[in-house]
Design a protein around this ligand. Sequence first.
Ligand code: FDA
Length: 378
Amino acid sequence: AGTPDLVVVGAGFFGLTVAEVVARELGKRVLVLDRRSHLGGNAWSEREPTTGIEVHRYGAHLFHTSNQRVWDYVNRFTSFTGYQHRVFSVFKGRVYPMPINLGTICEYFGQHLSPDEARALIRDQAAEVGEEAVNLEEKAVSLIGRPLYEAFVRGYTAKQWQTDPRELSPDIITRLPVRYTFDNRYFTDTFEGLPVDGYDAWLTRMAESPLIDVQLEVDFFDVRGELPAGVPVVYTGPVDRYFDYAEGPLAWRTLDFEQEVLPTGDFQGTPVMNYADEDVPWTRIHEFRHFHPERDYPADKTVVVREYSRWAGPGDEPYYPVNAASDRERLQRYRELAQAERDVWFGGRLGTYKYLDMHMAIASALSMVDNELRARLA
Ligand code: FDA
């Protein structure tokens, strides 16, 4: 397809946004490489073959944003359903609405409390920790009090980190939002919804331009030497890998997903159920049919996915940056190396070692085109 004007490593939201805008607005040829067998990165979805139910292969992806530019941009490729995300949590055999809100508090303490009464109760309970919280447990208790911490944070956090919260750093959490209303909408952004015909369709349409050539199952580091010289690169793979781990590996947490088709039309009555008890090994169960109540899914079968969390080892998918002090120091050194790398731009969640929601990945890709690539490719 001719010599590319730009090489993009990674066909996730960041890489596809860069490729799409560079092709459409600048009329340039873009070669997109991804080592996986599909495009779309972690937002990719596929139909479970026996039920047709759309499953988000790398964990549930809910689209939400308050950024008008991003909302206009994504609506070029898909329309959105009216889906609003809500989450519940099981603790000791009872079910509570999440994130912690007035409904959770009334239910947990078995009382009808006004917003002010609930505020006063939580303030009293939070007062037991003095000035300096020395670990995650103390920090959480200082924010929401011990009873709610023990019910909704302790077991869940211990499972997420495979570590007793008393041994985790207090700066893992800066805030634990408590809402003193009965509003249990998970996101508070202006725009929210799910792509009407799926993430797979949306992401595929982003790469439709004849100026974009997507090559799958190609690892950048295997073909690097064969790429035409002098072509600029946008790299959205792991930044430590790019520099051959010269400053040591950055730590990540990973997830394991256990998928099952069950012979029932409805397993849990809601898309996501958290499991706060420490003796239940999974952190949550997703039931994917509930993300699309408007679709014609089978009435006698459902797909559930149990999610487990652990430290990532070599070869595991990196999902969430651990971001300990040692990681932050390493990242700083990788950033300096990245800045010195000529004609290579680092972006996306792996390239910047930063958890990014989809709308943030898209927004930062749009900025990279505006601030760097327009001038470079002109
Ligand atoms: P992404 O990881 O998607 O893409 C990077 C691509 O680079 C990958 O496809 C990879 O294969 C490729 N690559 C890496 N190295 C390579 C190499 N050497 N050669 C070739 N290719 C290479 N967001 C949100 O808004 N709502 C949500 O509900 C969720 N939920 C969610 C759940 C979980 C479990 C996770 C981990 C993340 C989310 N997200 C989310 C975040 C969302 O997944 C994220 O914003 C996007 O994936 C970011 O897109 P990127 O393109 O940056 O990375």
